[in-house]
Write a protein that binds this ligand. Structure first.
Ligand SMILES: Cc1cc2nc3c(=O)[nH]c(=O)nc-3n(C[C@H](O)[C@H](O)[C@H](O)COP(=O)(O)OP(=O)(O)OC[C@H]3O[C@@H](n4cnc5c(N)ncnc54)[C@H](O)[C@@H]3O)c2cc1C
Length: 382
């Protein structure tokens, strides 16, 4: 076993998240996967166990942990069920704009609520603006002491369930992406409503909804940073949140590797456990090698962020891309090792394969991650 020299706090967080995954999440994951209900009972357990405090600074009711603590927590929760864990990880995503760009009043108002377990969401994507996020159309028009929001955000994690939304909208449409700004919008604000819940391939315990603004009036105090900073805020948020997607992928892949290894030792064909066949052994070995390499890089990038390294756009994109590709490969191979049983819902690996897929898509697809890595690389190497 590689020792990643986790701090005492990180070890405690890991143990706590693992305990919740083992004792609470695993028993319910098939139910939530089947029904697509929102796992409020587990969210409550996470909140009562103080998991939401981890990424909130001490002065706002948290424990002051950084991206590394969050990575460890998300990995362990996702090992239980990535869909359920996403209520937590999606909240961290929605919180980063406030953590990174909120003023003292905004932090004082919202961070203690999140520390207590109120969910948050981050709303950037629109129907015509996915990878091309600069093409958003949602407007935020300044009228006296208010901004009035109009437009529809699509595929928003925790949509409808979260109490706090960080939203990117145009204050100056003529300037395109440079005319975007970031806002905090609270659930219950008149003019804010939610579309139907999406019926998904994987992470089915997670709520994905449209977030709709119709003359939604919010106080001007809810602007994050300055007008025109919306796109910078969104991109900086992703720098901090992408290791969290990598962590989801690591948790999913770890679960698949363990299930496949156990099964290979139990399943008898030709009079011997299938683990005796070198073809199976090499698959398991490759799964383990790639997973550990992805984990090592993810932890190292998370630590870099916590140490104050701000030039992490390329590295965050790298770990998101690497870990999610590894998770897809590992879960596909786990299904293969289970043979026909792997295709059946009675066994856990088909769900892991379905859950892995989203990590290659959201917070920027892996094509976009490669574009980011390549463009930085081309700038760096003279
Ligand atoms: C379950 C789920 C949850 C989500 N949660 C959130 C959320 O909480 N908040 C939020 O704001 N968004 C969220 N999203 C949106 C997500 O980030 C986008 O779906 C994603 O960025 C891709 O955008 P798109 O779906 O429009 O695909 P498109 O941008 O239409 O891409 C289609 C294909 O074209 C490729 N492509 C596009 N442009 C390029 C290019 N320049 N070079 C190479 N290939 C390219 C893509 O990689 C992809 O393969 C979520 C999505 C899903 C499915």
């Amino acid at each position: 076993m590689i020792d990643y020299f986790l701090t005492e706090e990180e070890e405690m967080i890991k143990e706590l998240a693992r305990k919740i995954a083992e004792e609470k999440i695993k028993a319910k994951r098939a139910y939530y996967d089947e029904t697509q209900e929102f796992p409020w009972d587990i969210v409550k357990i996470m909140a009562e166990s103080d998991l939401f405090r981890i990424f909130i600074p001490e002065e706002y009711g948290g424990f002051g942990g950084g991206v590394m603590s969050l990575t460890v927590a998300v990995e362990e929760l996702s090992r239980g069920c990535a869909g359920i864990a996403l209520a937590y990880a999606g909240t961290a995503l929605g919180t980063f704009p406030i953590l990174l760009f909120g003023n003292e009043e905004q932090k004082k108002k919202y961070l203690p609520r999140i520390a207590e377990g109120e969910l948050a969401a981050f709303a950037l994507t629109e129907a015509q603006a996915g990878s091309d996020a600069g093409n958003i159309k949602t407007r935020a028009e300044k009228r006296g002491d208010y901004y009035v929001l109009n437009g529809t955000k699509q595929f928003i994690t925790n949509g409808g369930e979260a109490g706090i939304y960080t939203v990117i909208a145009l204050t100056n449409p003529e300037k395109g992406a440079r005319g975007a700004s970031a806002f905090i919008v609270e659930k219950g604000t008149p003019g804010l409503s939610f579309g139907k819940k999406e019926n998904k391939l994987g992470i089915r315990a997670s709520a994905t909804r449209e977030v709709i603004f119709q003359d939604c009036k919010i106080p001007k105090e809810n602007l994050l940073g300055k007008e025109g900073m919306g796109f910078i805020i969104a991109m900086k948020t992703f720098d901090y949140s992408r290791p969290g997607v990598a962590a989801q992928a690591l948790g999913i892949a770890q679960a698949a590797l363990e299930e496949a290894t156990k099964y290979a030792k139990e399943r008898i064909q030709f009079g011997v456990p299938i683990a005796n066949f070198q073809a199976i052994q090499h698959m398991l070995a490759d799964m383990a090698i790639r997973l550990e390499a992805a984990r090592a890089l993810t932890y190292q990038v998370a630590r870099n962020i916590d140490k104050g390294n701000t030039k992490i756009t390329k590295e965050s994109a790298m770990v998101k891309c690497l870990a999610s590709d590894v998770a897809m490969e590992v879960t596909l191979n786990a299904v293969q090792i289970f043979g026909g049983y792997g295709y059946m819902k009675e066994y856990p690996v088909e769900k892991l394969m379905r859950d892995a897929k989203i990590t290659q898509i959201y917070e920027g697809t892996n094509q976009i991650m490669r574009n980011i890595v390549a463009s930085q690389l081309l700038k760096e190497v003279k």
